[in-house]
Design a protein around this ligand. Structure first.
Ligand code: 4NP
Length: 159
């Protein structure tokens, strides 16, 4: 059966689209099939937009084209559509938990970096207000974590 993974951040234009593209890339490289990956934002203020220009430009320096992405807002009906919901930071975690209707919904939500590094409780920093260096830092954090998550998915270690 397919596993469906949802990457969630605030605007769905910086961190979560990157996490979606990078996890899809790692899974393909590692020959893992049967996993669908999508992304959304807790806010709808950028709905319909491409990733932030700085995210797209930085990803391109790593050979990753994210321009096909269009932002969308997380909806409470999405809980039923996904098996795991990986949120980028603790504010996203609180926002998504408020939308959860029951324990099953809540059990699907986890910090993205917690999934890669159990016990870390770390957030992926929000690069929106920072400079180019912040986008490079975020790329590297997400790239590394997606590699670890893809390895765990390959070994069947993820819930
Ligand atoms: P993201 O970054 O949550 O990683 O997509 C942000 C994008 C937009 C805003 C904040 C963070 N904003 O305030 O509009």
């Amino acid at each position: 059966m397919n596993k469906r993974i949802y990457m969630v951040c605030h605007g769905n234009i910086c961190r979560s689209p990157l996490a979606k593209f990078l996890l899809i890339k790692k899974l393909a490289e590692k020959g893992v099939s049967g996993i669908e990956v999508d992304s959304a934002g807790t806010s709808g203020s950028h709905a319909g937009q491409q990733p932030d220009a700085r995210t797209m430009a930085n990803a391109l320096t790593h050979g990753l084209d994210t321009s096909s992405h269009r932002a969308k807002q997380f909806k409470s009906t999405d809980f039923a559509k996904f098996d795991r919901i990986y949120v980028m930071d603790s504010a996203n975690y609180s926002d998504i938990m408020l939308l959860a209707m029951n324990e099953e919904d809540r059990s699907k939500v986890e910090l993205f970096l917690e999934a890669a590094y159990p016990g870390s409780k770390d957030s992926v920093p929000d690069p929106w207000y920072g400079d180019e260096k912040g986008f490079e830092k975020v790329y590297n954090i997400i790239d590394k974590a997606c590699g670890i998550i893809a390895d765990k998915l390959k070994k069947g270690e993820m819930p």
